[in-house]
Design a protein around this ligand. Structure first.
Ligand SMILES: Nc1nc2c(ncn2[C@@H]2O[C@H](COP(=O)(O)OP(=O)(O)OP(=O)(O)O)[C@@H](O)[C@H]2O)c(=O)[nH]1
Ligand SMILES: [Mg+2]
Length: 353
């Protein structure tokens, strides 16, 4: 040992190293970013969008536009051509998009449009039920003793709500629908078939809609109260000033200046769907898939799902049929073999990370 310290005091080896800047000056926490990046790249993302609105507003067309637009063009089968007909049931379309080694499973849930029935009362029920069923499914998975390391996430991360380009005001049916949906999911309203409005009409209509949304207490994404910092606020304010996006959809490609573009051909020209001077489809796509994807997922998990989870578990005498709960939580096994979680233990059921 004495020999060792003699060696160190002469400036050799360990002592020199410990006193040096290499070890204490550089801790290396930044490496955590690389680790997170690698892990995320391996695991990939799941992102689920739902389209909702009156029948014939172009929901299914917009789903196709999204999958054919630049964001996913690489991942689509080249001759992917599908005739769009009236949507009669809830159906999801998924594509795995891969960019620079990062994979994302993008699922769009297409819903049948409402407004065809004479009585449209409660037309929001199938949609609201679907959203809640996905939360319920996730909750059940969370409650298993041997839960999966990664719970399949079918929860709706964003609902794109289609408004008809009437140029007037929000219709009572849209107010009612969005009021209900806004409480359980992040809504992004859009003006459908915006090619039917002039630029001035679009701006006036947008202003009226924003006014109506506020007046009716409808909460649309991104909500001011979830802005994380001033930087976030500036970015989100720009989006809020621009909402609802005026979109145009198509699944047809045309030649413009030698390039293939997605567009709607009319007698007087081509409306290019991805051209920001023509419509705001690109703004919508960028918000959903580029700039706010993780935030939408966080809001879904931390706000909407959390509200559902607490409500669901707090329901008096919650009974979880056929489920085994975490051993730390004392459950009451009743005579009919159903499990009851005592109310005060409800908040200790945490989501695995
Ligand atoms: N002018 C115009 N027409 C559009 C646009 N998007 C779709 N359409 C047309 O509108 C019609 C209905 O489109 P769909 O995509 O089937 O509408 P939907 O909302 O899915 O209808 P449902 O399935 O009944 O709810 C089709 O003829 C489309 O070509 C658009 O942006 N502008
Ligand atoms: Mg449809």
């Amino acid at each position: 040992m004495a020999q060792f310290w003699q060696y160190c005091s002469k400036g050799h080896g360990l002592q020199g190293t410990i006193k040096g800047r290499d070890l204490f000056g550089y801790v290396g926490i930044e490496a955590v970013l690389d680790q997170m990046r690698r892990k995320t790249m391996k695991a990939g993302f799941e992102f689920n969008i739902m389209v909702v609105g009156q029948s014939g507003l172009g929901k299914s067309t917009l789903v196709n536009t999204l999958f054919k637009s630049k964001v996913s063009r690489k991942s689509c089968t080249p001759n992917y051509e599908e005739k769009i007909s009236k949507t009669v049931k809830l159906q999801s379309v998924s594509h795995v998009i891969e960019e620079k080694g990062v994979k994302m499973k993008l699922t769009v849930i297409d819903t049948p449009g409402f407004g065809d029935q004479i009585n449209n009362e409660n037309c929001w029920e199938p949609i609201v039920n679907y959203v809640n069923e996905q939360y319920e499914r996730y909750l059940k998975e969370e409650l298993y003793v041997n839960r999966k390391r990664r719970i399949p996430d079918t929860r709706v991360h964003c609902c794109v709500y289609f408004l008809p380009a009437t140029g007037h005001w929000l219709r009572p049916i849209d107010v009612e629908f969005m009021k209900r949906l806004g409480k359980i999911v992040s809504i992004v309203p859009v003006i459908a078939k915006a090619d039917t409005l002039t630029m001035e009409e679009r701006q006036e209509f947008k202003q009226r809609i924003r006014h109506d949304l506020k007046a009716n207490g409808i909460r649309v994404y991104p909500q001011t109260e979830y802005d994380e910092d001033p930087e976030d606020r500036i970015l989100n304010d720009k989006i809020r000033e621009n909402i609802p996006f005026a979109v145009v959809g198509t699944d047809k490609e045309h030649q413009v200046n030698g390039n293939k573009v997605l567009g709607r051909k009319t007698k007087w020209g081509i409306i290019e769907v991805e051209n920001m001077a023509h419509c705001e489809f690109a703004n919508l796509r960028d918000l959903l898939i580029r700039s706010h994807l993780q935030d939408l997922k966080d809001v879904t998990h931390n706000i909407h799902y959390e509200t559902f989870r607490v409500r669901r578990l707090n329901e008096s005498n919650l009974t979880v049929h056929g489920l085994a709960l975490c051993p730390q939580i004392p459950c009451l096994l009743s005579s009919d073999s159903t499990l009851t979680v005592p109310k005060f233990h409800v908040n200790c059921l945490q989501t695995p990370r």
